[in-house]
Design a protein around this ligand. Structure first.
Ligand SMILES: *Cc1c(COP(=O)(O)O)cnc(C)c1O
Length: 962
């Protein structure tokens, strides 16, 4: 049919975004269906998804919008946000994202589409950027060991409390102290955590801690109202009684001030946002966390360490993973999985670009402006709460409301939650004109103050005591002193990007991770100033655009999940689990059943499930799985019955972590409900449900949705993410609230689980755009295509590798597991050899050894075309042939390309190539690789060496010399 015979609406339909998002085009879909023996997509879905859980009606989400339409509509909404000067402080400051970082990192798919660096040989770029982040944290905090980012300052403080409890030698105390000049949202997040753990909390004047018997204490530096004071003696007092002291610190002030580490703190944490990451109405930003070397096994989150590769060269990897949830499960230090890698990288690049001198200039300029403001106000008789400050003044005012109003009339937001006072915080974007506006606000337009005259007056005289000024060097490592011209910086960023395999190179078939398209149109709004420049605690009236977008997104997600309410607060899937379990516990309590404390979790569950249950103080009881990978119903029934008295909930994943639609899911829900328990349905695998079924319909009471999996937020190389939770109405009163900005529709006194009321609000436009551009039909089509792709891959590979689990009609859901255990027994070739050999073919490995050791779990997602799936399958089949050669003894068990994978250029150009196979076979195992070769930059990395010789800071240059 020629185009001219089509109707206008047919022509329009052909321009649909859905066709761009879904990889296989019509003709390919037909071929793929044929190859798996299904007549149509509808028939495939009927064969795959149990009839009992199919939605009777299509999703009511409207028609799909084109990219142009959706962007224009969202722009109109965004423009309802009002951008005022954000002088609120409280842990968030406006910042200038260097453009070279904005365009080449934040807006660059080479950085934002990568996954957590579980395969370090193809991730050395972001591992280096994260190591820089750790080095920067170490230098600024004055403590020797740092992690590679946590979710926000509030949760980092809660992690510090948990660490204190683990390591404190004061075993008899159950009391954790927080100074009353800690940011209010931090206090609230810590309180929520303490309540679950059953810790006592005391909030009081910082000095009170000296007289208390605590296992730990949290202080803020500078205080939330701006005061800079010496904490040394307080820290000593707590430590003399075996308590642990954590200090939440402002990262910019640390450039100029003596570090809390030098004052003796055991932990220093904070928000790295103002190092070039937009405020974004609350996030995402990276929290930093540093502690003493002796607490390394207790550190929460990811740590990057230096190890060596098989050529003996330094190589980076994630260290000490045995502390983490995916290995230690309910005994893990924390439930952190997705963190804030992209934002940590941006902050570290900010430090690299500015270097120590540039940062000192920025910090000193901010401080000078604040000193000028203070001097001007004092000249005119205005009283300040503190006389020693860095960038924040707390100003006593006669009429607070009038001052706040006067500020708003000048498009300025001041801190408004203090009695009879307002707070004003300056930042690197503050100009002389802004200073003048602030004088006008406090003193009226005819103040007659002259900024230069004030400057001359304050220059040389410090409001900070000499002993509180930094004398130690920062950022002396070469990386922070080399890339200060834009050309050099551009090339440094690019050189790191080139070391990493991201979605802009090839498919990343990580099972359970849903590495689908992150469309450019979805990403564009994230860096609009209308979304980036809002402070999370600005008046709600100024954030109308945000609230319209958030509410509409929440409504759409409610429709997609079959729940009644939604909380946008949790910043990751694991945080969603934690928030959902809290809601469950509060619900039980409200019914006088607060004693319920058993959480049933199948052995196949994701590690975050048991780790989150532990954080909610639940006792984990493991339920067996049967030989098909399904939850063993008899075991579940027996345990639910036996523990009915104390059953809190069961956590189940659907489709199961094995990639199968379990037939027994409704029965599982019924059994748990019959015994008084609630069903937590892990929604990370929602990509196989959207438009086909819903967790609410199946019988869940609460689920988290990983917006960074199913709803297109990119993984950022290990974060950001968003893990909102959907709940049935009976749990809605127990969703998190916030102490500074009230979240409508939930209980008044509910504590917060994140520092910001709507979590990482600035990445929600991504999911919003996705749903708008797909529409109800398009979303269903995406789920169907995801299932088609997985079945196509399972089918193509099944002649070569056993496919471990299948559901009804021999179909898999949206992912499939191939079993390498028999091959390993026969050939000695292990799953890790296959994973690394895939790098030589230009691919990232599928998920290794989860949920079953010795297997690979492949999730192709709907976004991969048949062309790409075929390339991947051919690589896998070719590797199977290679394994055969080892198996038959044609190849030596060690001197073979699998054992030695991945191969680097250094191998290929080595004058002493003495392998029994050719260089060509090593690097170009199949013809198609030649066209687009990806070179891993290091050889296989020695994990054991790295953990034994832990080194988490930048190595000296000498290490890189041969
Ligand atoms: C990814 C995932 C999680 C954890 O989500 P994060 O955002 O990484 O914390 C939990 N459960 C399952 C099944 C997952 O795949």
């Amino acid at each position: 049919m020629s185009e001219s015979t089509l109707s206008l609406s047919q022509l329009e339909q052909k321009q649909d975004f859905v066709r761009r998002h879904v990889g296989p085009q019509e003709a390919e879909i037909t071929q793929m269906l044929e190859s798996i023996g299904a007549e149509s997509l509808e028939q495939l879905i009927e064969q795959t998804v149990p009839a009992g859980i199919r939605l009777p009606e299509p999703l009511k989400l409207g028609e799909s919008q084109t990219e142009t339409e959706a962007l224009a509509n969202l722009k109109a909404i965004a423009q309802k946000n009002q951008i005022f000067r954000a002088n609120i402080g409280m842990g968030y400051s406006d910042t200038i994202t260097p453009n070279v970082i904005l365009r080449n990192v934040m807006e660059n798919p080479g950085w934002y589409t990568a996954y957590t660096p579980y395969q370090p040989e193809i991730a050395q770029g972001r591992l280096e950027a994260l190591l820089n982040f750790q080095q920067m944290t170490i230098d600024l905090t004055g403590l020797p060991l740092a992690s590679a980012s946590l979710l926000d300052e509030g949760t980092a403080a809660a992690e510090a409390m948990a660490l204190a409890k683990r390591v404190s030698k004061n075993k008899k105390s159950n009391l954790f102290f927080m100074a009353d000049d800690v940011h209010p949202q931090t206090i609230d997040v810590v309180k929520t955590r303490a309540e679950m753990f059953g810790f006592e909390i005391k909030v009081g004047k910082a000095d009170e801690v000296a007289d208390l018997d605590v296992f730990g204490a949290l202080l803020q530096y500078p205080g939330t109202t701006g005061e800079v004071r010496d904490l040394t003696s307080l820290i000593e007092a707590v430590q003399s009684k075996k308590g642990i002291v954590a200090v939440a610190a402002d990262i910019m002030s640390l450039v100029m001030l003596k570090s809390p580490g030098e004052m003796g703190a055991d932990v220093v944490l904070g928000n790295a946002q103002r190092f070039g990451v937009p405020m974004g109405y609350g996030g995402p930003h990276a929290a930093f966390f540093a502690t003493r070397d002796k607490f390394k096994r207790s550190l929460p989150g990811r740590i990057i360490g230096v190890s060596k590769d098989t050529r003996g060269r330094p190589a980076l990897r994630m260290a000490l993973q045995t502390r983490e949830q995916h290995i230690r499960r309910e005994k893990a230090n924390s439930n952190i999985c997705t963190a804030q890698v992209l934002l940590a990288n941006m902050a570290s690049f900010y430090a690299v670009y500015h270097g120590p001198d540039g940062l000192k200039t920025i910090a000193n300029r901010i401080h000078r402006m604040t000193s000028i403001l203070a001097a001007g106000l004092k000249d005119k008789g205005v009283e300040l709460l503190h006389n020693s400050f860095f960038d924040t003044l707390t100003v006593k005012v006669a009429d607070k409301d009038a001052t706040i109003k006067a500020a708003q009339a000048n498009q300025v937001n001041l801190r408004a939650d203090l009695d009879g006072m307002v707070g004003v915080s300056l930042d690197e974007t503050t100009t002389r004109a802004d200073l003048n506006t602030l004088f006008n606000i406090f003193l009226g337009d005819d103040h007659g103050l002259d900024i230069d005259a004030l400057d001359a007056k304050v220059a040389g005289e410090s409001v900070v005591a000499d002993e509180l000024l930094r004398t130690s060097e920062i950022l002396t490592h070469e990386v922070f002193n080399k890339y200060h011209s834009e050309t050099e910086m551009l090339r440094y960023i690019k050189s790191l990007e080139d070391k990493d395999l991201a979605l802009n190179h090839s498919m990343i078939s990580l099972g359970s991770c849903t590495m689908k398209l992150n469309a450019t149109a979805e990403m564009i709004p994230v860096t609009w100033p209308e979304f980036g420049k809002l402070h999370p605690f600005c008046p709600v009236e100024q954030a109308q655009g945000y609230h319209e977008m958030i509410n509409e997104l929440a409504d759409m997600l409610v429709e997609i999940t079959g729940y009644d309410n939604l909380s946008m607060q949790p910043n990751s899937g694991a945080q969603g689990e934690y928030a959902g379990l809290i809601a469950i516990q509060r619900y039980h309590e409200s019914r006088g059943e607060g004693h319920r404390n058993i959480c049933l979790i199948p052995s196949s569950a994701h590690g975050t499930n048991p780790a989150s249950a532990q954080m909610a103080n639940l006792k984990v009881v493991v339920v067996d799985c049967d030989k098909d990978g399904n939850v063993d119903l008899a075991d579940l029934k027996a345990k639910a019955e036996e523990m009915a008295e104390n059953l809190s909930c069961a956590m189940v994943t659907y489709p199961s972590t094995h990639g199968v639609y379990e037939q027994g899911i409704k029965e599982i829900c019924d059994i748990v409900h019959e015994h008084g328990g609630q069903v937590y349905m892990d929604g990370a695998n929602l990509n196989a449900q959207v438009g086909l079924t819903t967790p609410g319909f199946i019988g869940g009471d609460v689920s988290h949705l990983n917006l960074h999996k199913t709803f297109c937020i990119p993984h950022g190389g290990g974060g950001p993410g968003m893990g909102p939770i959907g709940v049935k109405s009976h749990l809605a009163p127990f969703l998190p609230n916030h102490p500074v900005v009230t979240v409508p529709g939930t209980g008044e006194n509910n504590g917060a689980v994140s520092a910001a009321p709507w979590g990482s609000a600035s990445i929600l436009p991504i999911s919003y755009m996705y749903i708008k551009m797909m529409g109800g039909e398009g979303l269903k089509r995406a789920s169907e295509a995801a299932i088609l792709n997985a079945n196509y891959v399972a089918n193509r590979l099944s002649g070569h590798y056993p496919v471990l689990y299948r559901g009804q009609n021999n179909r898999v859901a949206h992912e499939c597991i191939i079993d390498l255990r028999q091959l390993k027994d026969a050939s000695g070739v292990a799953e890790i050899d296959v994973a690394k050999r895939l790098n030589d073919y230009g691919f990232h490995s599928p998920t290794m050894s989860f949920p079953v050791a010795g297997t690979l779990m492949i999730e192709p997602t709907e976004s991969e075309s048949k062309f790409e799936l075929d390339r991947f399958c051919e690589a896998m089949i070719h590797i199977r042939e290679e394994i055969g050669k080892v198996e038959r003894g044609d190849w030596d068990s060690e001197d073979n390309p699998l054992h030695n994978a991945p191969h680097t250029l250094a191998d290929i150009v080595d004058d002493n190539w003495e392998r029994s196979y050719s260089r060509e076979l090593a690097a170009y195992p199949v013809e198609t690789v030649k066209r687009n070769k990806f070179w891993p930059t290091v050889n296989r990395i020695d994990d054991v060496y790295g953990d034994r010789n832990l080194m988490c800071s930048c190595p000296s240059i000498d290490t890189y010399r041969d």
